[in-house]
Design a protein around this ligand. Structure first.
Ligand code: AMP
Ligand code: GLY
Length: 426
């Protein structure tokens, strides 16, 4: 049996590593993969990214099931392409992926189905956006519509910052490059207070299987300071997701979303990630949806998964998720991202990586932006590695992950020293 994972990041390394444990497996292909997936015994990188070429490959190799990691191929319709050719794939269609690819779609959908989220207005006109800001005041949140890899969001603590964000995201009407280009669009959103957590589920169109909870660290710097990134580290489970918060999230957010999508004729299949803001009063609001697993959340989550991932995926594709349960290692998993020089702006590539520790039962270094060059492993992207470890509690998992980092080196390496801090100061 052969499986295919699409993508090149840490999340995809974790997915492929997890699938490599499938009984009866011949091979997991990773397209295009990275130096980490190249090095694992059961994994094989294939250098294909074009959607039709990927479908050709899956057909030729008789791949039994394909899993998609990142949002871009999903938003481009890879699931539509594979399904049209009768190939089994887990992910949302292009239409369903709009929950992530269009913030405007997601917000309107949530409004129609009374799913709790921040109040918002959408603007294409600069003057109107500025006027609305003045009327609302700060703090306030400005978001560009469309996929922006976490960089299209400005949480403005002052009105001046918010106005500047509008000027950056909404060009003057005369500046628009082409008559045919769709106008830029921004959302202006109410600022939500609370603690964030990532709530990720598998969906088969109607049934839902929740995965273990997790918490990401979006800012580049210790103490949640500095620029927003794709995520600098994560751990699972997230203590802030109490049984009550879990139940409320399922009842108020996840189930209404899955039912609402089905009712609107765009049934959702695939991983569904709700970014939550959990208020002091236990209320839960949706900050965003993603149509995929989180990165780096997937690394600690999948390290804790004891069930066979392939079995879960098979049930999901067959629409039988209600018949399975996932079991989790009761230990905490914690992953620290090692990022390249100049991440998140213009990460430098080509720095040689040394001192990678061997994997063990309770520790794994998942690769993200890495490549092989002249028999060496070099940096090839913003987030380079995610060092992930298991421990009996957050403190021990943290200790083990940071211990594993000590020997790793590449020029310009940056990482946060406080992954898991919210769990430790609760
Ligand atoms: P997004 O790309 O929508 O997930 O936003 C990126 C980050 O900005 C989130 O993880 C939050 O930390 C922050 N953020 C987004 N929307 C809000 C909001 N309405 N209130 C407070 N913080 C927000
Ligand atoms: N770590 C956040 C994300 O995957 O969107």
């Amino acid at each position: 049996m052969k499986l295919l994972v699409i993508g090149a990041g840490g999340r995809e390394h974790a997915l492929a590593w997890c699938l490599a444990k499938t009984p009866g497996l011949q091979r997991v292909f990773v397209a295009p993969g990275n130096a980490g997936t190249a090095a694992e015994r059961e994994l094989e990188n294939v250098n294909i990214t074009d959607l039709d070429a990927l479908a050709d490959f899956a057909e030729e190799e008789k791949v039994s099931l394909t899993v998609v990691g990142p949002e871009a191929p999903l938003a481009a319709g890879i699931v539509n392409v594979f399904r049209a050719r009768g190939l089994r794939i887990f992910g949302p269609t292009r239409e369903a992926a709009q929950l992530e690819s269009s913030k405007d779609f997601a917000k309107r959908f949530m409004a129609r189905h009374r799913i709790p989220t921040a109040r918002f207005e959408t603007f294409t006109d600069r003057a109107a956006a500025h006027a609305y800001l003045d009327q609302q005041g700060a703090p306030i949140v400005v978001k560009a519509d469309g996929l922006a890899a976490g960089k299209g969001v400005v949480v403005a603590m002052t009105l001046a910052d918010a106005h500047a964000a509008i000027d950056r995201m909404l060009p003057e009407a005369d500046d628009r490059r082409s008559e045919n280009a769709s106008p830029a669009r921004v959302l202006i959103e109410e600022f939500l207070e609370g603690e964030e957590a990532s709530f990720i589920v598998m969906v088969d169109g109607k049934g839902v299987l929740p995965l273990a909870s997790s918490q990401d660290h979006k800012r580049i710097g210790d103490g949640d300071s500095g620029a927003n990134t794709g995520g600098m580290g994560a751990y699972s489970p997230a203590l802030v997701v109490t049984p009550e918060v879990h139940a409320r999230t399922m009842r108020e957010i996840i189930l209404p979303t899955v039912r609402g999508m089905a009712a609107e004729g765009i049934p959702y299949t695939g991983f569904l990630y709700a970014g939550l803001m959990i208020g002091k009063d236990g209320s839960v609001k949706t900050v965003e949806f993603n149509c995929r697993l989180g990165d780096p959340e997937a690394q600690p989550i999948l390290m804790r998964l004891k069930s066979d991932l392939f079995t879960l995926l098979e049930h999901a594709i067959a629409g039988r998720l209600e018949q399975v349960e996932a079991t989790w290692d009761r230990r905490v998993a914690l992953g620290v991202v090692l990022a390249a020089a100049n991440y998140p702006d213009t990460p430098r590539t080509g720095d040689v990586i040394t001192g990678l520790p061997a994997a063990s039962e309770d520790r794994h270094v998942f690769h993200a932006g890495t490549a092989e060059k002249d028999d060496q492993i070099v940096t090839a992207g913003g987030r380079v590695l995610c060092v992930t470890a298991l421990g009996d509690n957050v403190k021990l998992a943290q200790k083990r992950a940071y211990h594993a980092i000590i020997g790793i080196h590449f020029d310009g390496m940056q990482y946060r020293h406080d992954i898991g801090h919210r769990a430790l100061t609760r």
